[in-house]
Design a protein around this ligand. Structure first.
Ligand SMILES: Cc1ncc(COP(=O)(O)O)c(C=O)c1O
Length: 403
């Protein structure tokens, strides 16, 4: 029924609902049905789902900070002193001293260029929309790696700039495209650590191309921040890069264990985002207690390198034990370790078989990854023990033999 009470077509279902039901049935029969599992424990290496404890290789909580006691204490103390809600957008009246301090600490920590500033966003998704729509418009062009995260692509589309995609990591393809553009501004947009493959973008070479073609390099360090770099400053530090051409977005709900995102860049870029980025201007600021929690997280990221050492030892162990398995493990040096199964149903079946054995490793299917490359996205964290990783590998070897 419509709001006027008149049926929109014969029968008791609207045409929209009928069409949606057909599309949902098609999605289900194509093996693309997605389901949420409900956690009743904090995030961590072991989680409780449906009353059952599972060893989880399924989160982006790479340093095991999502339930870290010091961060929980900081959040609780801040809830008492700052309340729970920001109450307004940053530009209206919601910008708290905790946000301001966190922005200064992030800028000094990540330092994409000397004198950089940082700006907080409520999520990484919004930050990428904000960067691309504020820095690019109709006269401009965005060049994006084919495997970039959806929110970089969505930002590029929303900006109305010409949108070009280059083959994954292919510098020649990118250079050819940059050489022929007549756009006013050129933005190269790339994940630093690709979210479903775990490999690194060739940032030094991308920065050289940006220099050669007077382009801006927009990097999404969602999976590098906290993990890479000597103190966890991220992928720029990993490669020893600093440049005024770089606009660095990092998320704060992954290795940092909390929520939100930041952009760090030259002050002129940050002030432009603050003044004009719609996903910054037209949304309520995140609760200041989260900024307080993130300041505690930042202290751990910078001050406890042992977490990263342990994580990288687990990555080496996992890759060693997975050698020779019939499903290829992508060549990832990071916490994201994708095991490519290929077929959608086979990937889901493998994930289900692991679940029966007490391990949670989600199957990732198209459109999140290219057709024919459905995979288990296994993520390792500093909260895992070597014994838990060994047990997962043993289960995978057993299933490889049985399948
Ligand atoms: C590469 C990448 N960028 C951005 C995001 C979005 O960040 P957020 O979850 O904070 O919106 C994600 C995943 O969530 C991601 O994997």
């Amino acid at each position: 029924m419509s709001v006027t009470g008149r049926p929109e077509r014969e029968g008791d279902t609207t045409s929209l609902i009928a069409a949606l039901e057909v599309e949902l049935a098609e999605r289900r029969s194509a093996g693309l049905w997605r389901q949420r599992r409900v956690l009743s424990s904090p995030q961590g290496a072991r989680v409780v789902v449906d009353g059952r404890e599972l060893v989880a290789f399924a989160s982006n909580d790479y340093l095991g900070l999502a339930n870290d006691p010091a961060i929980v204490v900081a959040a609780a103390a801040a809830a008492r002193s700052c309340g729970v809600g920001a109450g307004a957008s940053h530009l209206l009246s919601g910008h708290h001293a905790q946000h301001d301090a966190l922005e200064r600490e992030l800028a000094a920590f990540v330092q994409p260029c000397p004198g950089a500033r940082a700006l907080l966003f409520s999520t990484g998704y919004l930050a990428n929309l904000g960067i691309l729509t504020a820095l690019a418009g109709r006269k401009d062009a965005v060049f994006a790696d084919r495997l970039d995260h959806a929110c970089l692509n969505d930002g590029a589309l929303l900006s109305r700039a010409a949108f070009h995609r280059y083959r994954h990591g292919d510098l020649d393809d990118l250079a050819r495209q940059l050489a022929t553009t007549t756009a006013r501004r050129r933005l190269i947009a790339t994940d630093t650590v690709f979210s479903m493959d775990g490999d690194l973008a060739p940032l030094p070479a991308l920065l050289e191309l940006a220099d050669r073609f007077d382009a801006t390099l927009v990097i999404d360090d969602a999976h590098g921040f906290g993990v890479l770099g000597e103190r966890g400053q991220g992928t720029l530090a990993h490669f020893g890069l600093q440049s005024e051409r770089v606009v660095c977005m990092g998320t704060l709900g992954k290795a940092a264990g909390v929520a939100g995102a930041f952009v760090a860049a030259h002050p002129a870029v940050i002030e432009t985002l603050l003044q004009t980025a719609r996903p910054y201007v037209f949304t309520t600021a995140s609760p200041p207690l989260l900024a307080a929690a993130l300041r505690a997280a930042l202290a751990i990221i910078g001050g406890e390198p042992g977490r990263r050492r342990h994580l990288f030892a687990l990555i080496d162990l996992f890759r060693d034990r997975m050698r020779g398995l019939r499903w290829p493990l992508l060549p990832s040096p990071t916490a994201i370790q994708p095991l490519v199964v290929g077929d959608n149903d086979a990937a889901v079946a493998l994930s289900a078989a692991l679940l029966e054995r007490g391990f949670w490793a989600p199957a990732i299917r198209p459109p999140t990854v290219p057709a024919g490359t459905a995979r288990l996205r296994i993520t390792l964290t500093a909260a895992h023990t070597a014994a838990e990783v060994e047990a997962l590998c043993a289960a995978l070897r057993e299933l490889a033999g049985a399948a």
